[in-house]
Write a protein that binds this ligand. Structure first.
Ligand code: ADP
Length: 263
């Protein structure tokens, strides 16, 4: 089971030989360490909002609060609850993405309506703080699981909105490459990401600046979800980023999953 290697080792034993079956221990240990880390991270991420909530409950039950104070505490409690809900929802998405794809769930999806919908969601999230540009999509279609592709693109857009300071530009675009593969990109003029962080961005709970990014409402699972969606579609996620200039996240889809719709 798993990706470990099973080796047969022949060793002298008494007057004869003994066959020893040995699984690649390092691989197994690494998988086990990753599982332990994951459980520890999830526990920590859930315990933090719960601790805050429990503090607020204590305050509300032991102190007489004015109406504005009571409202303020309820707002803060609501934010912590939202944070836990997003976390649980991202965990469920990841668990589903790690299972086998449901047979027959792929279909051809028009990029036009998809971009329209994602653009509207991003506008609502940005709330006028950024300049949003959505590329012309023409009649391009993608083959895949619609909910998964939406989740991948909207994770990239919500990151761009969250990390790009007010007044910045965010662009959702696509390109059909000469060799027939499709590219969907989200470009921002945000803070950018230093080179040493790039290889680790899709690790679960990896954040460039842990505490600051947690405050922006991210679960730390977004790019891990994007990577899984791309793997299931035979594609990949590419990141180009320059500190102080901005970032571009590109989803690459194989030619078999991209076509121009009949006019
Ligand atoms: P999070 O929920 O923390 O955003 P992600 O997996 O989506 O988690 O992203 C991982 C980290 O990558 C983020 O915490 C952030 O540090 C960095 N990141 C992602 N997108 C951007 C972006 N558009 N600009 C700058 N940093 C980004």
């Amino acid at each position: 089971r798993g990706s470990g290697t099973l080796s047969v080792i022949v060793r002298p034993y008494g007057d004869g030989l003994r066959l020893v079956l040995s699984q690649d221990v390092t691989e197994r240990e690494r998988a086990e360490a990753m599982r332990r880390d994951f459980v520890a991270n999830v526990s920590h991420e859930i315990r933090t909002p719960l601790t805050v909530l429990s503090g607020f409950i204590e305050t509300m039950s032991s102190l007489p609060l004015s109406e504005p104070e009571r409202r303020r505490v309820l707002t803060l409690m609501g934010q912590q609850t939202e944070r836990m809900l997003s976390l649980v929802s991202d965990l469920l998405t990841l668990a589903q993405l790690e299972g086998s794809p449901r047979p027959g769930s792929d279909r051809w999806i028009g990029l036009g309506p998809l971009f329209l919908r994602l653009g509207t969601d991003a506008k609502a999230l940005s709330n006028g703080r950024h300049q949003l540009k959505i590329g012309e999509v023409g009649a391009l279609e993608l083959a895949g699981v619609e909910t998964e592709l939406i989740s991948a693109i909207s994770n990239l857009l919500s990151n761009a909105v969250r990390y790009t300071p007010e007044g910045g530009e965010i662009e959702l675009n696509w390109r059909l490459a000469a060799d027939g593969h499709g590219e969907i990109s989200v470009t921002d003029t945000g803070p950018g990401i230093a080179r040493e962080h790039l290889p680790r961005l899709t690790e679960r709970f990896y954040r460039v600046d842990g505490s600051r990014n947690r405050e922006t409402g991210g679960t730390g699972l977004g790019l891990s979800i994007v990577k899984h969606v791309m793997q299931r579609h035979g594609g990949e996620l590419q990141v180009q980023s320059e500190v102080g200039q901005g970032s571009r996240f590109t989803l690459l889809l194989p030619p078999t999953r991209v076509r121009q719709a009949a006019p």
